[in-house]
Design a protein around this ligand. Sequence first.
Ligand SMILES: [Zn+2]
Length: 255
Amino acid sequence: MEGQVTKRKEPLRVLVISAHPDDVDFGCGGTLAKWAREGAEIVYTICTSGEKGTDDPSMTNLALALTREKEQRAAAEVIGAKEVIFLRKPDGELQYSLEFRGELVRVIRQFRPGIIFTHDPANRAFDNQYIFHADHRVVGELVFDATYPAALNRNYYPGHLAEGLAPHAASEFYFFATSQPDTWVDIESTLELKIKALRCHASQIKDPKTMEELVRTWFGAWGREKGLAFAERFRRVQIFHDPAKRLQYLKKSLR
Ligand SMILES: [Zn+2]
């Protein structure tokens, strides 16, 4: 997997779970736009509506939450995602709880994704104030635990069975905002869509030109690591359900 540049052909179901509006577009918007154009079905679940994201004393939390939900929906349309779910948890106050984990298990069992994108729960470098937001850390951990073992084991949240929600086994994580990338996705063809989606978050962008320059510089640098014009980087983790494949993987990783 090391240094792999991925190309994906078959249609798939992709669930993205992030803490705030705009995390998705920064983290993986180029990859999602590319996959959407290849036929992937994409759903976003945004845990908060980002209502604390302002310094304007005249802006109420409710007004900003509504604005940011609208901005995120517009951005999702640019990317080609089919649905945006807002869990409306309090911005900046996310905490790990079994109840919150259960809400994520419900989304996983409803949409039944093959691939799940989220914040990298292993990222503890604390070298960037945007990436190391406490909400990002909590969501990364919750998504990991909700996916495995909770969503695929019928004994977790058994009430879901009565609602007709069967256990579900996703096959792979793509963690964005990672300090241990192992997968680079070429986003040259969708960089403009990523920037267009980011521009939708107008309440968060003081200077669109600077934002655009930052995106070109940042994702250009990541692209150059693999000889590409622009790339998004991820840490990819496969979830093995077949014992034989799991053993094969373990043997390979012990070498
Ligand atoms: Zn965020």
